[in-house]
Design a protein around this ligand. Sequence first.
Ligand SMILES: Cc1ncc(C[n+]2csc(CCOP(=O)(O)OP(=O)(O)O)c2C)c(N)n1
Ligand SMILES: [Mg+2]
Length: 268
Amino acid sequence: MTTHGGKGAIADSHPLALGCARAGRVYGPNPLHEYLPMCDVALVLGRRLAYNQTVGVGLGLPPRLIHVDIDPGVFGKNYPPTIAVQGDVKTVLRQRLEALRGKALSKGDARLREIAEAKAKARAALHAAGPNQQRTMDALRAAIPSEAIVVADAAMPAYWAAQGFPVEQPRTYISPYGWGSIGFGWPASLGARLGKPERKVALISGNGGFQLNLQELGTAVQERIPVVATVWNDGAWGMLKGMQRDRYQGWYIETELVNPDFMKLAEA
Ligand SMILES: Cc1ncc(C[n+]2csc(CCOP(=O)(O)OP(=O)(O)O)c2C)c(N)n1
Ligand SMILES: [Mg+2]
């Protein structure tokens, strides 16, 4: 499993890849979380196990935890590790690979079947929870080549993409993981295209987040940076409106947004 920020570290289509572990109080549970407590051991690589993505959303881990991170400050914050390894993940994994070389390791068909089943179940749950969202994600994935770079702003569609948009290649999915700043997406897309001019770049942004850096449309034209922006317009600060719906009985304050005419803006 990857985090939202780690998407692409392993191809989602790999038979040993379960998908993204992201879940949240606003956008719902992640069916893949049911799989984790059934495992014998979790090997956590370079992940802080931060509160709002783990204990905060009821993530259960297997009874044994091996936690590898370069920052010893993350160990035991939310889950006591059975073994803590301080080190760079790349080095630690290379050492492990060396230690395992020549050892007879079972490929375990049963495990592969289990993973395929858990993935199919999670996919069905996504389609049931948001048929429209998931259909749109599928259409986007079909249209965007796997080597293209997708930038996801911190909006509801981007959080949907965490689970619903499979990624096949490393460094082809960028999200403002951690602080989750809205407005990051559009300028980051332009930067991605400048950094990798041979790659196509597409943005997934909300209507609110896009307006935080709308002026960079001028930069894109001036510097001739071709990036496709998809702006998901729900006429709201949707994530916050969702919180007001779920936690404050629909007491909506300042979460509805009047937008510019995005189509006319694109034409201009
Ligand atoms: C810089 C910054 N300001 C405020 C927030 C809090 N915030 C999180 S999601 C959100 C709403 C985003 O609205 P929009 O871009 O339209 O996406 P939607 O949630 O509607 O899909 C806000 C204001 C934030 N994450 N970052
Ligand atoms: Mg919105």
